[in-house]
Design a protein. Structure first.
Length: 223
């Protein structure tokens, strides 16, 4: 019913027991398939197409309105009283998340990778330019390593929860984003490749104490 360029927006699921689930999705068709794997009692879906920049605001307002009207919500992370799973729990169960967090050698490669033929068509030319650039092979090797070590649900969560760009600007080879947060950047400079890691302060303070020196934007060059 919705063409690929019209699948970004907010949605509401109605279950057979009268509960509802509200959420956002860049691709509502793929997200619906994920929900069906976890919940076999979906009876209806309502969907409103929206641009990416309005998703979080509209989702939050929708959840607040449904709560105020007294509807019983299921699996809503933004609800005032959480009643169950977060949206990511539908892709990677909480017990697997705990394993991924605590076992440094655990790589989550389960599930099928989304192959978006239209997306690949649009970026085929840009990728061909990338592979012909200096240090492209080394950049790909580092990106693969980063994904294995630092990204949960690598296959299942791609596009919906994380993405990897190709030549977003002239001097940036790639950026890795989890949701809207940029977490890793591969760029090129006079001395070769540069890697930028974006880290939360609180886990570092928990591990090393409050005496942790102020963090700065640090680049690691490889030439």
């Amino acid at each position: 019913m919705f063409k690929p360029q019209r699948r970004c927006g907010i949605y509401v699921l109605r279950f057979s027991n009268g509960e509802f689930y509200a959420g956002q999705a860049v691709d509502v068709t793929r997200r619906y398939v994920q929900h069906r794997k976890t919940h076999g009692d979906i009876e209806e879906i309502a969907f409103k197409p929206l641009p990416r920049g309005r998703l979080s605001e509209e989702e939050r307002a929708l959840i607040e309105r449904l709560e105020q009207e007294g509807w019983q919500l299921r699996n809503i992370a933004l609800a005032s009283i959480p009643k169950g799973e977060s949206d990511f729990d539908l892709v990677m169960p909480p017990e697997e998340q705990e394993r991924w967090l605590n076992a440094l050698n655990y790589v989550d490669g389960e599930g099928e990778r989304l192959v978006d033929t239209d997306l690949r068509r649009k970026y085929r030319g840009r990728f061909q330019r990338f592979v012909e650039m200096p240090y492209a092979k080394e950049a790909l090797d580092i990106l693969r390593t980063y994904a294995r070590v630092a990204v949960p649900a690598i296959r299942r969560g791609e596009v919906s929860f994380w993405s990897c760009s190709c030549l977003p600007t002239a001097d940036v080879y790639s950026r890795v984003n989890i949701n809207w947060q940029e977490v890793f950047t591969v760029s090129t400079g006079f001395y070769g490749l540069w890697f930028s890691f974006y880290l939360a302060r609180s886990p570092l303070q928990q591990a090393f104490g409050n005496s942790l020196a102020p963090l700065t934007h640090t680049h690691l060059p490889i030439g």
